[in-house]
Each structure stands twice: as structure tokens, then as C-alpha cells.
Ligand binder design. Structure first.
Ligand code: AMP
Ligand code: MG
Length: 408
């Protein structure tokens, strides 16, 4: 990817891939090493800390896939068989008596000696109670063999797996009541800006409501993080210093606003006094300025303050960083190509992430893509990626990243 030059200092912008690779390397250098053991009910959204190995075969014994009759095929010569037992799911049957069949129900263990199940629809019960089979029979038909899903000792999930309903269901299937997971990442969320007011309070002149605190706190909770909600820091150097100094034990300081090159960037000044901070200019739109640094050894990510910029830089860069710190291998969201239902005539020098939704199989973009317009994202179902220098037209294929991929 060639470097792109923009702005007064003519500094090359950092390509999105490079920013992501740097952040992932930084995440790998500061893994969350602590683990805890929690119940399955508490494990939703957490990251498995160890490989999960099967301690039993699944299924643990051969069982019937149908309601019907179990028999031993070698004993059967086309004649009707008497029924010697009835086997329900959850029962442990005695061995099959030679020359008989067993009435059996779905999920019930096969009796020793049986190797075939015929479904009841293909069987006729005669007046004397014997059963006649109407179709040719094959060995092992309608039998779920022992261990067909999993064998003892097999690795079923690897460390670094994110636990959602399906993974938790699988852990339950294997009999695990508790799982060892990575402890929650503690993230301090700071919103900087004299103009910010919390919702519920009256707005004064020149003020706006704080969008990012709620956006990020809710999103972080979805990602299994523990949020240390710091609230608003005024644009004042001493207050910013005091606030940072008062932060407890956190794994990441995540701020929005106040870290560009504006005059009120006190957070940047205060962070530099007690650590280091690099200002990255990213080839991304929205969201060009992003900072990464350390404050007293704690990693700091400073996101741009415009809400749509916060959303894009959190979703595409910070989310993967946080997941990788917990040992998650696959951190990039699924994306797929869709047909553009819009024209994008002006090639950009930054990679654009347009708030978009799919209608009638084509992707449409929100009319106002300004970085201050969070409503665009609420309307959207995903982000369309428009690469540097490209000008997609109606009917072209473009990459679409569903917001649901980023939010969970
Ligand atoms: P800054 O990076 O502090 O210059 O902020 C860039 C823009 O984002 C300004 O228009 C700010 O008012 C706005 N902004 C910053 N933080 C927030 C926030 N938490 N909620 C809503 N808008 C914000
Ligand atoms: Mg500001």
C-alpha cells in the first residue's frame, strides 16, 4: 500500500492495515494473563483461557435416531419378530434377546446385540404382537454410533475462543458446569471536552450531549469488558492530570476527543508528562487522528471525538485490540461483497467507511456521511469500505462489514 501524503506537515498517513497490525502487536505484548473459573451462566461473552478437551464420547453410547424397532440384522431372515422389551430415552436396557426386536424411542440407548433400527412407519404390528418389517434393512441404519460427534481426548474448543450461546451449549453437552476464562479487561472510559453535558441535564450555550460515553460503555460491556466510567474531563490541564492520577487499576485508558492537534488537547499534554503518546494520522475516514501511548505503564488509546469517528475507530481498531489482549485469534469481522446501489464519484486519499444498509440486495448509503452524524450509524446495518483512490459505481461489488459483527 503506497503511503499517502496529506496535510500541512506532508506526513504520510498510516494505512488502516498497518494501524491494525501495530495495535495487535501491542495487544500481544500486554496479554491479560489472569484467569478465573466461572459458571456457564456467567461465561457468556467471555474468552476461554484453556483448550477444552472432551472427557467423554458424544454420544456416550450408540442410540436410536428414530422411534421404531431395534434388532440384530444377522438374526433376521425376513420373518416377523416378537418384541422383547421397550426402551425409552434415559433408560439403560438389558441385552437384546436373540430372535427378538426391541421397541425403541429416539435417543434411547441401543441394547447390546442390536445393530439396526427400523422406523415405526416401515413396520407393521401383527395381531399376535410380532412386528413385520416392510422395507429392506441395512446394518447401522438409524443408529447414532458412540462418539460420532466427539471422542474422549479430542480438543473441542481452543483457548481464545469467544463464548457465545453455541459454545456454551457445546460445553454443556460435554458436561462442563464451569469454565476457565480470561478475566475481564478493565477499561477506563473518558470523554474530554468542555462542551459536553450528560443527558438528563439542561444544555447551556455552546454545549452538546455526551454521546461517546454511553456508546463506548455499552459496547465494551457487550465485549465482556469491565467499564470504569470516568465521565467527562473538562478541558483543563490540572483537572486532566488529577483525573488520570486517580484512575485505579485498569488495563486500558480509552478516551475520546482532545487528542488531535487542537489547542484544548490537555489530555495529550497530561499523558505525555507521565508516559508517552504517539499521534497517528490514519488513512481512515471518518477517524483520522488516533493516539496510542502509555500512562504510568497502562496502555492508552485516544479516539477522535466525533461520534461516527469514535464508532469506526473503536469497531475496526480498538475492538480487535481488546479481543487480542484476551488471546482471541480471529479478531477481524466477517465481511462480504455486495452490489453497490450508489455512486461514489470522488476518489479519496483515505479509506472510507460509509454507513450503509442493504435494500433489495443492493447496498445503499446514508445521505449524510459526516463524522458528527451518529444517526447515520443508527440507520445503517453495516459499513461499506471504499478503498483509497477507488470510485465505485452502481452495480460494482463493494465490501460490506455488518455492524452486528463489530458490536458483538
Ligand atoms: P475534539 O477531538 O475534542 O476536538 O472533538 C471533535 C468533535 O467531536 C467536536 O465537535 C466535539 O464537540 C465532538 N465530540 C467530542 N467528544 C464528544 C462526545 N463525547 N460526544 C459527542 N461529541 C463529541
Ligand atoms: Mg475536545
Amino acid at each position: 500500500m503506497p503511503a499517502v501524503v496529506e496535510g500541512a506537515q506532508q506526513r504520510p498517513l498510516m494505512p488502516v492495515e498497518e494501524a491494525l497490525q501495530r495495535l495487535l502487536a501491542l495487544a500481544e505484548s500486554a496479554p491479560i494473563g489472569d484467569t478465573e473459573t466461572v459458571s456457564l451462566a456467567e461465561a457468556e461473552g467471555r474468552v476461554l483461557a484453556v483448550d477444552l478437551v472432551a472427557e467423554l464420547d458424544l454420544p456416550p453410547w450408540p442410540n436410536s435416531a428414530m422411534d421404531g424397532y431395534a434388532l440384530r440384522l444377522a438374526d433376521w431372515h425376513g420373518d416377523a419378530l416378537p418384541v422383547s422389551q421397550r426402551i425409552f430415552a434415559g433408560h439403560a436396557p438389558p441385552a437384546l434377546q436373540p430372535g427378538t426386536c426391541a421397541r425403541i424411542f429416539t435417543g434411547a440407548p441401543l441394547p447390546a446385540g442390536a445393530d439396526c433400527v427400523e422406523m415405526q412407519e416401515n413396520a407393521e404390528v401383527l395381531d399376535d404382537g410380532r412386528v413385520r418389517f416392510l422395507e429392506p434393512l441395512r446394518p447401522e441404519q438409524n443408529v447414532r454410533p458412540q462418539g460420532q460427534e466427539t471422542r474422549v481426548g479430542e480438543q473441542v474448543m481452543s483457548a481464545g475462543t469467544r463464548l457465545g450461546p453455541i459454545e456454551l451449549g457445546l460445553a454443556a453437552t460435554l458436561g462442563h458446569a464451569r469454565l476457565e476464562v480470561v478475566r475481564r479487561v478493565r477499561v477506563a472510559v473518558l470523554s474530554t471536552g468542555d462542551e459536553l453535558v450528560e443527558p438528563g441535564l439542561p444544555l447551556g450555550p455552546g454545549q452538546i450531549y455526551n454521546s461517546n460515553r454511553r456508546l463506548l460503555a455499552s459496547w465494551l460491556q457487550r465485549l465482556g469488558c469491565e467499564v470504569v466510567d470516568v465521565g467527562i474531563i473538562a478541558d483543563d490541564l490540572q483537572r486532566t492530570r488529577d483525573c488520570l492520577a486517580g484512575l485505579g487499576d485498569v488495563d486500558l485508558i480509552l478516551s475520546t476527543g482532545g487528542v488531535s492537534v487542537g489547542e484544548a488537547d490537555y489530555l495529550g499534554i497530561a499523558l505525555r508528562e507521565a508516559g508517552e503518546l504517539a499521534l497517528w494520522k490514519l488513512a481512515i475516514k471518518p477517524g483520522k487522528p488516533l493516539t496510542f501511548g502509555h500512562y504510568r505503564g497502562v496502555p492508552v488509546i485516544g479516539l477522535p471525538g466525533n461520534p461516527a469517528s469514535t464508532l469506526v475507530t473503536f469497531g475496526l481498531l480498538t475492538r480487535p485490540y481488546l479481543l487480542r489482549r484476551q488471546g482471541v485469534a480471529k479478531v477481524e469481522p466477517l465481511r462480504f461483497s455486495v452490489e453497490a446501489g450508489f455512486d461514489w464519484p470522488k476518489a479519496g486519499t483515505r479509506r472510507e467507511y460509509l454507513r450503509a444498509r442493504i435494500e433489495d440486495g443492493r447496498v445503499r448509503i446514508y445521505k449524510n456521511q459526516s463524522s458528527g452524524v451518529l444517526r447515520s450509524a443508527a440507520w445503517a446495518e453495516g459499513l461499506v469500505e471504499v478503498r483509497e483512490g477507488s470510485t465505485p459505481q452502481q452495480g460494482d461489488r463493494v465490501w460490506f462489514i455488518p455492524l452486528s459483527e463489530l458490536l458483538g
